[in-house]
Each structure stands twice: as structure tokens, then as C-alpha cells.
Design a protein around this ligand. Sequence first.
Ligand code: NDP
Ligand code: OXD
Length: 319
Amino acid sequence: MTKPAILLDLKWENLTLDQPFREAFPNLEVLNWAKEEDRSAELSTVKYAIVWAPETGLLARFPNLEVIFSVGAGVDHIFKDTQLPDVEIVRFVDPMLTGPMVEWVVLQVLMQMRQQRLYDEQQRRHKWQELPQPSAPKFRIGIMGFGELGQACAAQLKGFGFTLNGWSQSPKNVDGVTSYCGLQELPDFLNNTDILVSLLPLTQETRGLINKQLIDGLSREGPFGAPIVINAGRGGSQVEADILSALRDGRLHGASLDVFETEPLPSDNQLWDQDNLIITPHAAAMSDPLALAAHVAQQIERHETGQGLQYLVDRKRGY
Ligand code: NDP
Ligand code: OXD
């Protein structure tokens, strides 16, 4: 009998990165779609797929596909496929992804509140000058997108003594965090936020949400008199022209962006030259191939033994 297969359509250009998957699935034929020789396999054998941004129609070609596994926590890339088959989609949720995101968010919060950018500039000019250093309890951090990653960030930020707020679709009961939910509570949430951290998925509702109106709705009563925006969710949730003009005219004190409307961020984009903006290249939390392979193997085991899949995507909500 032909072995069932798992299709890999990964985001890594390095083809040898499929090795952990070959080791994790001894009972499955592993087909790396980036490899010419693997593309001639019998389509009906493919039972599972691990994908980042599959080309439109690819997944519809496998009549016996049962589960799609996302390479990342986000699934917006997958939903770009307008012919996506109607099978379960599982997100990547793992300490090896959450940990690095928490590191990135804490790093950006601290860099911004301790004004590290200005000290870097002073160092370049050999200038010795202390800047105002308001401490953590003086800042209110608002985490937009209060799910797996947002809550993990809050748990670490809590230790510094920040005041914490979370914004999500459904109310949350997390010790030490005030929960806001839905569009009706967004103005209140913003009005109580000095540092906005966005970890929102990209959906129809969140597209373009971080715009002029949202920026102007943030509190001006924090230590710097102007708020800070940090986004590692998706670039499609931000209007970069609005962020840039707010950084220029002082309506924003600073920003840290890991994600962009267009990635890679074009080299002639004006964001690169904005001093009070910290840019990282969608590197806040990378999916580790070994951890991803182990996560998928565990979910396949659950699926095949009737325990049910975890971290399922709700197609209606889009995340
Ligand atoms: P989750 O699904 O666990 O959390 C998403 C959160 O967003 C939930 O709290 C959800 O509310 C909230 N949300 C979604 N839509 C809305 C809305 N319209 N209004 C209010 N709240 C909303 O996802 P994760 O935390 O695991 O990941 C979040 C995102 O982070 C990913 O989708 C991805 O885009 C991004 N990411 C970026 C990485 C990077 O390297 N830059 C790495 C990994 C992820 P509710 O809880 O009520 O459902
Ligand atoms: C993800 C990402 O969604 O890396 O996991 O962006």
C-alpha cells in the first residue's frame, strides 16, 4: 500500500530545513514542494500539508487532504488562497515561538521607555547627558490582540510593574490586566494606553486599524506626553503613512515595527530614516523548524487517535 504523504510548502529557502520533518514523520512520505523531484508524487496520497503562503489552488489539488498546518501563528497568508479546500487549519502555538515574541516585546517596551535611541545618538556625539527616566509603574501598556502571545507578554511585563490593559474580541479574566473588548470599548482602551503593543492577527476587521484616528485616540497623559506604538502582529493592520506623520509631528513619541504593509520594506521607504522608529525585519519570533515538526507530529497523533486537533483556526473570524 502507498504511504500517506505530508506536503511541505515552507517559507524557508534553505531546502535542507526539511530534514527535521523527515525525521518527525517516519510513517509519512514527506514531499517538499520546493523540490522538483517531490512534485511528481501521486496527489491522492497527500493527507496533511504544512504551509506558509501556498500559491492559489495548490492545496485544492489534493483530494484526500485532511489538515492544513500553518508554519506560523498567523494564517492570513493561507487565506490569500481563494480556492482553499474546506479542511481544518491548525496554527503554530509553541513556547519556541511565544518565548522569542515575549523577548521582542519586552525589549521594545524597555528601549522605548528608557529612550535608548536617544542615548545611542548621544553616544555617537560623545555627549554625556541624563534624560528623564520615568519608571515602569508610570506607564500604561495596552496590548491589542490579547491571545496566546499577548497574554504571554503581559505575564512578563507585569513583573516590571506596568499598568496593563488587554483588548480582544471576547472579555478576558487575567489577573492584573484590565480587559477591554470589541470596538465599543476601543476608545476607552486607547484613552488608557501610553504604550500600545499590537499582536493582532490580520483579518478584515483589523486591516488598517492602526491609523490616524486610532493614534489620535491614544492617551497624551503618559510620562512623555505622547504615546508609543509597537507592532509585531501584521503590517496590514497599520497605515504607515499615518504612523510616519505622527512620528514626525510628535503625536507619537516613538514606535517599534517588526511588520510592514509591504515586506521586505522597500529600501527607499521613508520609514527607514525616521529616528524615533525602531525597525526589525519581521524577525520578532521566527518559527523553529524542529519545534514546528514536533508540534505537527503531536497534532497528527491527536488527530489519528481521536483526541482532536488543538489551536484550530476559526474560518469565519479569520484567525
Ligand atoms: P491568537 O489567536 O491567540 O490571539 C489573537 C488575539 O487577537 C485574540 O485575543 C483575539 O481576540 C484578538 N483579536 C482578533 N481580532 C480582533 C478584533 N477584530 N478585535 C479585537 N481583538 C481581536 O493569536 P496569537 O497571539 O498566537 O498571534 C497573534 C498574531 O501575531 C498572529 O496572527 C500573527 O499575525 C502575529 N505573529 C507575528 C510574528 C512575528 O514574528 N512578527 C510571530 C508570530 C505571530 P479573542 O481572544 O477574543 O479571540
Ligand atoms: C507568524 C509569523 O505568524 O512568523 O508566526 O509571522
